[in-house]
Design a protein around this ligand. Structure first.
Ligand code: C5P
Length: 229
């Protein structure tokens, strides 16, 4: 059986303050999309990699992704995205190969994610038969606040995990959750959970942080330049 990784890269990324859609923004000479694709093709096993890109950039996405596939054994498909992240994932699910048993969904914006984290998610899905998400302990104190900024209550951080991607699921579980979904959820784990399936957390990786703001992009550049020395 094959693993499929859906890389969602169809967002506009307005919070980054860049003219380009986020996945096409360069980071130390290579786009976020190229970096994400390279990390996924670095997995231990062959995968079907499905890139979900903006409709007007399909050819560009295909060329960038193919250039980073290297000599990896696997398959590459590029499809156009939808209006929301969830709609984009659904477009990716529509082209799963028949022999895929495990599906990972990954944000292109988490461009520095190590390949080993993808391998760990796949292994945990196969071992548990459930949904698996990487997560980090929350180190800050978290407060619930109202629109005026008044603190309403604290939230016990022992009960919290800051979850990342790739999020992995048995194929049938994810397809069933998408078929029954009635409303937009924040991520795939929330969708699968709301469909009544179990999801558990495995240790995430700080390098899998999501590049959202200009500061995140700067941080990613600093990390890469430190690695090059
Ligand atoms: O906007 P946000 O950072 O939460 O997006 C997370 C990921 O989902 C990004 O990689 C983005 O490209 C993708 N996305 C998408 N289609 C959308 C919205 C977001 O593929 N309509």
């Amino acid at each position: 059986p094959l693993v499929a990784v859906i890389i969602v890269a169809a967002g506009s990324g307005t919070r980054l303050g860049h003219e380009l859609p986020k996945a096409f923004v360069p980071l130390a000479g290579r786009t976020l999309l190229e970096r994400a694709v390279e990390s996924v093709f670095g997995m231990r096993e062959a995968a079907q990699v499905i890139v979900v890109a903006p409709e007007d950039r399909l050819d560009e996405a295909r060329a960038l992704a193919a250039g980073r596939a290297g000599s990896a054994v696997g398959y590459l498909d590029v499809v156009s995205g939808g209006d929301s992240r969830q709609a984009s994932v659904k477009r990716g699910l529509a082209v799963l190969r028949p022999d895929v048993d495990t599906v990972l969904v990954h944000d292109a914006a988490r461009a520095l994610t190590p390949s080993a984290l993808c391998d760990a998610v796949v292994a945990a899905v196969r071992a548990s038969g459930a949904g698996v998400v990487p997560g980090l302990d929350v180190v800050d104190s978290i407060k619930r606040v109202d629109s005026q900024g008044a603190v309403l209550a604290g939230v016990d951080r022992q009960d919290l995990s800051a979850v990342q991607t790739p999020q992995g699921f048995p194929r049938r579980m994810l397809l069933s959750a998408f078929d029954t979904a009635t409303e937009e959820q924040t991520d795939d784990a929330a969708l699968v959970l709301s469909a009544g399936f179990p999801v558990s957390v495995i240790p995430g990786d700080p390098l899998a942080f999501k590049i959202t703001t200009a500061w995140d992009l700067h941080r990613a550049e600093l990390l890469l330049s430190a690695r090059a020395q």
